[in-house]
Write a protein that binds this ligand. Structure first.
Ligand SMILES: NC(=O)c1ccc[n+]([C@@H]2O[C@H](COP(=O)([O-])OP(=O)(O)OC[C@H]3O[C@@H](n4cnc5c(N)ncnc54)[C@H](OP(=O)(O)O)[C@@H]3O)[C@@H](O)[C@H]2O)c1
Length: 301
């Protein structure tokens, strides 16, 4: 029941009506008897700065940030963490004592989902796609110590430029960036080979890969009949296949992976674990994972 001491968190974006987050977080707060409410706020591009100032003025505890504000919001924040700085995008904000701090939790969400089924050290990873999700996941994989990332994209030029960007940032010096809260990650141990290529090169690249992550929207609702980016005949049974599309739960790519006996990871896991990270940032508590996962699966149904 909302009352005078209810704490407010929410999501800003445009659109926000389709988001699974209100149901997921409100179920989590209810299950833990926490006096919080999670609200979707549709914010037009030109109102972003007023939304952040308004959130501070209203004493809002935290916000998720989605399309189209993930990059632009950085300019409106007082501080951000190292991953948000590297990725150049914020998906979570915490407000405290009149100050705002931005985080990117997409990266930890995706990687926690993979670590549940495999160690990442020295693994060879193929990422299909070179957009925002590929960028976030690549930085985290590099930090986790994978041996190589081969980025395969419809437009290989885009993959080349993203890899150049990632390599440059991983060796950059951020000590003069006053908006960075603290430098919590040591990059000196990172020793990784980056490659890139076009979709034609996917069969060859999968032959010696340990992990395939599809970060394209191929197969996402309502395009359920899209040809998957890979079929079973170019995969192998030791491969781990993660499609980050979460609606439908089992995409055509994951169906193909199952045919060859590969280990599959649903896109819902990334959503769940980034949500759990946000929950911890806002409340300081461990998230009720089972309740949150149930809510995501209900939303998909
Ligand atoms: N599970 C989760 O929690 C989670 C979190 C974030 C995102 N996602 C999902 O991840 C997907 C990508 O998000 P994003 O922010 O990275 O998007 P993005 O920045 O637009 O990047 C999309 C990438 O996919 C490629 N692509 C698009 N359509 C394609 C097609 N038909 N065939 C081959 N490649 C195609 C694009 O290639 P070009 O470069 O050639 O255009 C681009 O590299 C979305 O479906 C989103 O819902 C899931």
């Amino acid at each position: 029941m909302i009352n005078g001491t209810t704490k407010v968190v929410g999501i800003i974006g445009n659109p926000v009506g389709h988001s699974f987050s209100p149901a997921m977080f409100n179920a989590a707060f209810k299950s833990m008897n926490m006096n919080y409410v999670y609200v979707p706020f549709k914010v037009e591009k030109e109102n972003l700065k007023y939304a952040i100032r308004g959130a501070k003025a209203f004493g809002i505890q935290g916000l998720n940030v989605t399309i189209p504000h993930k990059q632009k919001v950085i300019n409106e924040l007082d501080k951000f963490d190292i991953m948000a700085n590297l990725i150049g995008a914020v998906n979570t904000i915490k407000f405290k004592e009149g100050k705002s701090k931005g985080y990117n939790t997409d990266c930890v969400g995706a990687v926690r989902a993979i670590k549940e089924v495999s160690d990442l050290k020295d693994k060879n990873v193929v990422i299909v796609g070179a957009g925002g999700a590929a960028r976030a996941i690549s930085f985290q994989l590099a930090i986790e110590g994978v041996n190589s990332i081969n980025m395969i994209n419809r437009s290989p030029k885009k993959a080349k430029s993203l890899i150049y960007d990632i390599k440059t940032l991983l060796s950059a010096d951020f000590t003069d960036n006053s908006k960075l809260d603290e430098l919590t990650i040591d990059f000196s141990h990172i020793d990784i080979t980056f490659k890139y290529g076009s979709l034609d090169e996917l069969p060859k690249s999968l032959a010696d890969a340990d992990i395939l992550i599809d970060t394209t929207p191929v197969g996402m609702h309502p395009n359920l009949n899209d040809e998957p980016i890979a079929t079973y005949d170019i995969m192998h049974s030791d491969l781990i296949v993660n499609d980050i599309v979460y609606n439908p739960l089992e995409t055509n790519l994951l169906k193909e992976a199952k045919k060859i006996g590969a280990t599959i990871i649903y896109g819902t896991k990334m959503l769940l674990y980034q949500g759990a990270e946000n929950f911890k940032i806002w409340t300081g508590e461990e998230a009720p994972l089972d309740i949150m996962e149930k809510s995501i699966l209900n939303s998909i149904k």
